[in-house]
Design a protein around this ligand. Sequence first.
Ligand code: TYM
Length: 333
Amino acid sequence: MDDKKIIFSGVQPSGNLTLGNYLGAIKNWVKLQDEYNCIYAMMDMHTITVRQTPADIRRRTFEVLALYIACGIDPEKVTLFIQSHNPAHAELAWVLNCYTYMGELQRMTQFKDKSSRHAENINAGLFTYPVLMAADILLYQADFVPVGKDQMQHIEICRDIAERFNAIYGDVFKVPEGMLPKVGANIMSLQEPTKKMSKSDENPKAYISLMDDMNIIAKKIKSAVTDSEGVIEYREGDETKAGVNNLLSIMSAVTGREIDSIAAEYSGKGYGDFKGDVAEAVVECIRPIRQEYDRLISDKQYLLDICAKGAESAARISQRTIKKVYKKVGFVV
Ligand code: TYM
């Protein structure tokens, strides 16, 4: 093992990936792959906290893998694997469950949100989801976890669990830090811009899926909700500007330009012109990803080989942590 720092992150294959997933997480992962030892997974075990169609999870797991690679992740440099292929995630999650308090889990925003949306299925897995996520990260002794803003609360609880365990047993876990992209950490819904863009939104006009046709993507951006003021200006925290703020963030994230310079360019111009240009920039960003994706998804054997190699390497790395943890808590190893 070299002395590069370790990065861990993943996406749930629970729906088509959105522009939010790309700009908030995956785009950042690509930038990190040379400087760090990166481990990225398809988090299938997390998806069953909400009822799913089994065939959809299986299909989407490969779609997510093909998208990672199409977005620029190099399987030669990065460990890519399917979470359920490494049993150590479930093993460590069980141990950590015994070091996590009910009260802490009750405070999780995502639990409150998902349990109100799925009132008929508030299962124990949905409740302890952040513990599985902590296990995902701590198993690999990750230094950094590149995610979007909505996951930061889960990183905080992961740190708390790690610190609590270390306080009892000595330095077992590296205490990881969340890593947000400079822009794009919180891409909002195109229809209700005070809510985050989510792949599980019932209204497909609210999100851009990386699987959408290019003309649909353009249409969705052009029909994004803005305001009646007609001024293209970024005003942090001003809810009436949430739609314009979001489009400016999207434009900045896909072009790499500063928000202020984009806003200055559109000073005095109308929303129509602006939305047209944002639509074009987003389409130009997604088009090459889609082309590469279409090529990769038809090569199932290639994808299977990557998963097999990735799972082996993930299991090897995480066994060191499992052994240490089992020994510390008193299991016979
Ligand atoms: P998931 O699958 O909901 O989202 C994957 C990544 O995309 C980011 N993201 C966004 N970023 C900006 N704007 C948005 N609208 C937006 N929507 C999603 C998320 O922050 C995330 O980084 N629990 C995680 C998956 C997970 C994980 C892990 C992540 C399981 N174990 C360990 C990191 C480390 C989740 O549901 O992400």
